[in-house]
Design a protein around this ligand. Structure first.
Ligand code: PAF
Length: 285
């Protein structure tokens, strides 16, 4: 595996991978890798000849009161994990390579970004869309892989690729990979490491309560009171606050108050002991 931190070197390396007509998949990450990220790499390997993974803790997607400095950085450990998975190139640029002095351009995806995490974290999705647009232009992958765990992020990236007519990767080549979960159902996340043992135990109530709510809605229970019970169960289990618990249309992320004919998505963000956890699950269909 080649580890690269300069854009000109990256472009040469990717050109060499492609020289014999091979395909390239991109797996963008911010590092602090866990099984969820490795599932993205494995899926990417199934769909392309070579995998380029990126590790870049993107300052543009952190708000002023968020954990940019505290965000875990463990390049040596992450790099060994990616190498063991057969990644061809690790793109790990410094901030100055991605946002050189004088950088003034931003990508902003409206509507899909507005609600949910976009409302709780103003500017977050502009930062995500900007860096992912740049990563796509830097690597020019045939395909790209993102976790469904960040469901709104995936919708934002798809909207950006569609609206900007990106060809590499085309919007149809942006793959969402199902969330990888711990044995007790908690969605894997780099943020889980911030939970105290007691809060980690309580956090498992989140996927359980979501499944219960989904079962109720699929059996005809009214959406609003079911979501209110879900919020109550989380607060009772020790969560401090709920940012949102909502049923949404899966492409536009418009809130819906009844199960449509097809699938919907249950989206939840809740805080426990200073850590913000998000999760989502399919409903119906
Ligand atoms: O999901 C992440 O890790 C990040 O938001 C991403 C897509 C790598 C952009 O910085």
């Amino acid at each position: 595996m080649q580890t690269i931190d300069r854009l000109d070197v990256l472009r040469n390396a990717v050109a060499q991978l492609r020289a014999d007509g091979s395909t390239v998949a991109l797996v963008p990450t911010m590092g602090a890798l866990h099984e969820g990220h490795l599932a993205l790499v494995r899926e990417a390997k199934r769909h392309a000849d070579h995998v380029v993974a990126s590790i870049f803790v993107n300052p543009a997607q952190f708000g002023p009161n968020e954990d940019l400095d505290a965000y875990p950085r463990q390049l040596a450990q992450d790099s060994a994990m990616l190498e063991a998975e057969g990644v061809a190139v690790l793109w790990a640029p410094p901030v100055s390579e991605v946002y050189p002095e004088g950088f003034v351009t931003h990508v902003s995806v409206s509507v899909v970004s507005a609600d949910f995490c976009g409302a709780s974290r103003p500017g977050h999705f502009d930062g995500v869309a900007t860096v992912v647009c740049k990563l796509f232009q830097q690597v020019l992958p045939d395909k790209a892989f993102f976790g469904e765990k960040d469901f709104q992020q995936l919708a934002v990236i798809r909207a950006m690729a569609r609206d900007l007519d990106l060809t590499q990767p085309h919007v149809s080549a942006i793959h969402g990979v199902p969330t990888v979960r711990e044995a007790d159902g908690l969605a894997m996340s780099s943020r889980n490491r911030y939970l105290s043992p007691a809060n980690r135990a309580a956090a498992a109530v989140l996927p359980r309560a979501m499944k219960e709510a989904i079962g109720a809605i699929e059996n005809g229970a009214a959406v609003a009171p079911t979501l209110a019970s879900l919020e109550g169960a989380l607060l009772q289990a020790g969560f401090d606050s709920i940012d949102y618990a909502a049923l949404a249309e899966p492409d536009t992320l418009a809130r819906i108050d009844a199960l449509p004919g097809g699938q919907a998505r249950l989206l939840v963000a809740a805080r426990i002991g200073g850590t913000r956890l998000i999760d989502n699950m399919v409903v119906g269909g």
